[in-house]
Write a protein that binds this ligand. Structure first.
Ligand SMILES: Nc1ncnc2c1ncn2[C@@H]1O[C@H](COP(=O)(O)OP(=O)(O)OP(=O)(O)O)[C@@H](O)[C@H]1O
Length: 241
């Protein structure tokens, strides 16, 4: 394995109930790089993140993270990953702190680490409130703290800016910088182009399960300014094929 490439996806496809959701995906990510998955609704971003997280398995192709395959090295593979899904169902009667302490224990981490991460995402004051009383943005920040708990070498964030106010989007940008500078590889999905411009080395643009464009955020912005958003994000769009 090329040591600089922390994520290697070759010829990946995913078929569920006879429908192919991802087709022939090739994507490599260097250690410490930040990659944004972009594309319209249903393009396949969350599915790709689930495959990377090891929550689902590819139907075809090879997926390596840190040289490991999820299928054959399940525990060691999972240990490398912090995953913030976009559809997590919370146990609402637990407090924010109880939830995070539970996740910390699952990873063999001390309670203090949970308390430290609650503070990092601005939830110390709400630590003893039930999660059912949290706002959307507070739940997002709790999921982010969960993903960061073990200081993983690969961080996967599914639409992390959803529900965050501008102050917390800025804070998230700082946090992503901090982690990527420390060597964390980050793959995230987003529809927020200014967010990608602030933090990403590369944009991988998907349409109907295929990668149709890879570029820097600056090149992407130029294309999109010339060609228009509607054509880019529409499933029927011809742009970049
Ligand atoms: N378990 C499943 N069974 C059947 N179809 C699925 C399943 N999971 C995802 N899909 C389909 O796969 C396609 C890609 O879904 P996915 O959630 O990955 O898209 P996305 O790019 O994350 O979309 P969004 O921007 O709306 O979050 C969609 O057409 C979706 O309906």
């Amino acid at each position: 394995m090329d040591k600089k490439l922390f994520v290697q996806m070759n010829n990946i496809s995913k078929t569920i109930k006879k429908t192919t959701i991802l087709h022939d995906i090739h994507m490599n990510v260097s250690s410490g790089h930040v990659v944004a998955l972009c594309g319209g609704n249903g393009a396949g971003k969350s599915t790709l993140l689930r495959l990377l997280a090891g929550v689902q398995q590819p139907s075809e192709g090879t997926l390596l993270v840190g040289g490991l395959q999820s299928k054959t090295s399940k525990k060691a593979y999972a240990k490398q990953i912090g995953y913030m899904p976009d559809d997590y169902v919370f146990t609402n009667r637990l407090t924010g702190k109880e939830s995070l302490v539970f996740w910390a224990k699952l990873r063999g981490l001390p309670k203090e680490r949970a308390v430290q991460m609650l503070e990092r995402v601005g939830l110390s004051q709400a630590a003893n409130e039930a999660v059912q009383n949290y706002s959307k943005g507070m739940r997002q920040r709790l999921m982010l703290a969960q993903a960061l708990l073990s200081n993983p070498p690969l961080l996967l964030l599914d639409e992390p800016t959803n529900g965050l106010d501008p102050y917390w989007v800025d804070n998230l940008i700082e946090l992503v910088h901090e982690f990527s500078q420390a060597g964390t590889t980050i793959v995230l999905s987003t529809h927020n182009l200014s967010f990608t411009e602030a933090i990403c080395n590369q944009i991988v643009f998907l349409r109907t399960g295929k990668i149709v464009f890879k570029s820097t955020p600056t090149e992407f912005r130029q294309h999109i300014d010339e060609e228009g958003y509607r054509d880019a994000f529409s499933a029927e769009g011809r742009w970049m094929q």
